[in-house]
Write a protein that binds this ligand. Structure first.
Ligand code: NAP
Length: 324
C-alpha cells in the first residue's frame, strides 16, 4: 500500500516525497525534454508519489502545463496538486510582485486552465508582496476557496513573523520553506512554530539543489544557475562535497544511496511532513520514492548532522544576508 502522511491541519493524505517541477524552468535549469519529465511523473505515480508541486512562475507556465498533461492521464482524485501565485508577468516575461486581489483572481483562473483541473488542492503565496495589504490577500484566498477553486492555502518563503501575522487573519494551513541539512536555519523559529500549530510543512531543496546527492566531487562546473550559487564554487563546494562523501559508510549500512540517506534524515524532523524534490528523470524519482517509510537510528541521524556541520567549511552569506 502507498505510504502517506496526514498533511497538518489540511487533513489531506499525501506522499512524504513530493515531485517538484521547478526543473521545467529553462532559465534556471536549462531545457529539459518535456517527454522525459512526463515519464518521470508517471514513474512517480507508479512508485506511490502522489503529491506534485509547481508554480505559475516555473518556465512561465510550462511546469503547470506539463503537470496538466499528466493529470489528464491519471485519476484526479488520486493526486494532490500544489501550485503558487506571486508574479505579474510583462509581455517580455519579466515580472514584478503582485498579490492584489484582482490579479490573484485572474492568475488562479489561468493556472486552473493550464492544470486542466477545476480545483487546486493547495495554493501558496510564492513570496512576500510588501505592497498588498494582508487582509486583501487573505480575502481573495478565502473567496477562491468559497468558490471551490482552491481547497487549502498557505505560504512559501515567508519569515515566521509574517506567517504568524497572516495566520491571525486567515486559515493559512501550509508552509513551503527552503530547508536542507546544510541550510537548517528554520529549525530555530519557523519549524517549532509550525509543529506546535500543526501546519503542513513541505520543505523545498532538501538535497540543496543537488549538492547533497553524493554525485559531485567538488571539481564540477555548472552551466545552469548553480554557476553563480556560492555553495557550488571553489573551496566551499569542495569542502561540502567532501563532507557528503563521508556519509557513504552510513548509507551503505542501510542499503541506501547518499541521496536516500539525506532525504530520509530530512524527513525525520518532527515538523517536516513532506520533502519536495527536484526531478528531471524517472530514475531520480524512483530513488527518492525508495525512502518513503524508512527511518534511521537516532545515533546515525546525529552523526550525519555532525558530518555536514563540519566546522572547517568556509562560511558564506545566504540570500537573506545571514552567514551560514
Ligand atoms: N517555493 C519556492 O520558492 C521553491 C524554490 C525552489 C524549489 N522549489 C520546489 O522544490 C523542488 C525541489 O527543489 P530543488 O530543485 O532545489 O531540489 P533538490 O531536490 O534539492 O535538487 C534537485 C536536483 O538534484 C538532482 N537530483 C534529483 N534527483 C536525483 C537523484 N536521485 N540522484 C542524483 N541527483 C538527483 C537534479 O539535478 P542534476 O541532475 O542537475 O544534478 C535535480 O535538479 C523544486 O522542483 C520546486 O518544485 C520551490
Amino acid at each position: 500500500m502507498a505510504h502517506t502522511v496526514v498533511f497538518g491541519s489540511t487533513g489531506l493524505k499525501v506522499s512524504p516525497v513530493c515531485f517538484g517541477t521547478w526543473q521545467l524552468s529553462p532559465r534556471f535549469w536549462g531545457d529539459q525534454p518535456r517527454q522525459e519529465v512526463l515519464q518521470a511523473m508517471h514513474a512517480a505515480f507508479d512508485a506511490g508519489v502522489t503529491f506534485f508541486d509547481t508554480a505559475d512562475a516555473y518556465g512561465d507556465g510550462l511546469g503547470e502545463k506539463v503537470l496538466g498533461e499528466f493529470l489528464a492521464e491519471v485519476p484526479r482524485d488520486k493526486v494532490v496538486v500544489c501550485t503558487k501565485v506571486f508574479n505579474h508577468f510583462r509581455p517580455d516575461s519579466s515580472r514584478y510582485p503582485d498579490l492584489s486581489a484582482a490579479h490573484v483572481r485572474q492568475r488562479c483562473d489561468i493556472e486552473l486552465k493550464r492544470l486542466g483541473t477545476d480545483c487546486i488542492d493547495i495554493y501558496l503565496l510564492h513570496l512576500v508582496d510588501v505592497l498588498t495589504p494582508m487582509r486583501e490577500i487573505t480575502g481573495v484566498l478565502e473567496e477562491l476557496r468559497q468558490r471551490g477553486k482552491i481547497r487549502h492555502y498557505g505560504v512559501s518563503n515567508h519569515p515566521v513573523e509574517h506567517f504568524r501575522a497572516l495566520r491571525h487573519l486567515g486559515d493559512y494551513a501550509v508552509c513551503q520553506p527552503p530547508y536542507s541539512l546544510v541550510d537548517a536555519g528554520i529549525e530555530k523559529d519557523l519549524l517549532p512554530y509550525c509543529e506546535a500549530e500543526n501546519v503542513g510543512v513541505m520543505v523545498y531543496s532538501p538535497l540543496h539543489k543537488g549538492l547533497l546527492t553524493g554525485k559531485y566531487t567538488g571539481s564540477e562546473t555548472f552551466t545552469d544557475f548553480r554557476q553563480h550559487h556560492p555553495d557550488f564554487q571553489g573551496e566551499r563546494f569542495r569542502a561540502l562535497c567532501g563532507a557528503v562523501h563521508e556519509l557513504k559508510p552510513i548509507a551503505e549500512r542501510y542499503g541506501m544511496s547518499i541521496y536516500q540517506l539525506v532525504l530520509t534524515a530530512t524527513l525525520m524532523h518532527p515538523a517536516i511532513q513532506v520533502a519536495v524534490v527536484g526531478i528531471k528523470t524517472a530514475a531520480q524519482i524512483r530513488e527518492a520514492a525508495g525512502v518513503m517509510g524508512r527511518t534511521l537510528d537516532r545515533e546515525d541521524y546525529f552523526e550525519i548532522r555532525r558530518i555536514l556541520a563540519a566546522p572547517s567549511l568556509p562560511r558564506v552569506k545566504d540570500a537573506t544576508g545571514k552567514t551560514r
